[in-house]
Write a protein that binds this ligand. Structure first.
Ligand code: IMP
Ligand code: MG
Length: 175
């Protein structure tokens, strides 16, 4: 059966505009500091690449690979670090950069794990947030690009069974 047509949710222009706005906001908030931008792989790679170029204070860029076991279209909540940090983040101001927060289990795990490494501060930035799907309490997202409905979205880093991360826009298949 042929694939259904992908419905555009956010165009490339809309994403780029929002990323610029977030970059300016983060630049203001961290003025006078050095920021460690921690890009979560794989999904955060495009957002992270664009966001870090919209931030104009001094930065360190780090990558952390994460996967949810048995991940198809749903997160299992069991998070595995597939590529850990090479350096200590102790004493640093850290901003976690994620593609999407769905149930919130991945971000809750990341915050809990990274806090044990004693950063000076740690905050979360996600391009997309599915607030209605939240399964964890008290998750604080300092920066959110867009609130979205419960669609499985694809593109701009987000994959459909491993594919389509390279789409410059974000879309979904209507059910
Ligand atoms: P959470 O732990 O349920 O918040 O899920 C987080 C992870 O699930 C994200 O980092 C994505 O890898 C994946 N995910 C959740 N929703 C979507 C989606 O709509 N499209 C693609 N991946 C998603
Ligand atoms: Mg992800």
């Amino acid at each position: 059966m042929p694939k259904k047509t992908l419905e555009t949710l956010f165009t490339e222009e809309r994403i780029q505009q929002r990323v610029q706005d977030l970059g300016e906001l983060i630049t203001q908030d961290y003025r006078g500091k050095e920021l460690t931008i921690l890009i979560i792989l794989k999904g955060g790679f495009l957002f992270g690449a664009d966001l870090c170029r919209a931030i104009t204070i001094p930065t360190y860029i780090e990558f952390l690979g994460v996967s949810s076991y048995g991940h198809e279209e749903k997160s299992t909540g069991i998070v595995q670090i597939t590529q850990d940090l090479k350096y200590s983040i102790a004493g640093q101001d850290v901003l976690i950069v994620e593609d999407i927060v769905d149930t919130g289990r991945t971000m809750a795990y990341l915050l809990a794990n990274l806090k044990t490494r004693k950063p000076r501060s740690i905050q979360a930035c996600t391009l997309l947030n599915k607030e209605s799907k939240r399964c964890v309490d008290g998750l604080e997202l300092a920066y959110t690009g867009f609130e979205i409905e419960d669609h499985f979205v694809i593109g701009y880093g987000l994959d459909d069974k491993g594919q389509d991360r390279n789409l410059p826009y974000i879309g979904y298949y209507p059910s």
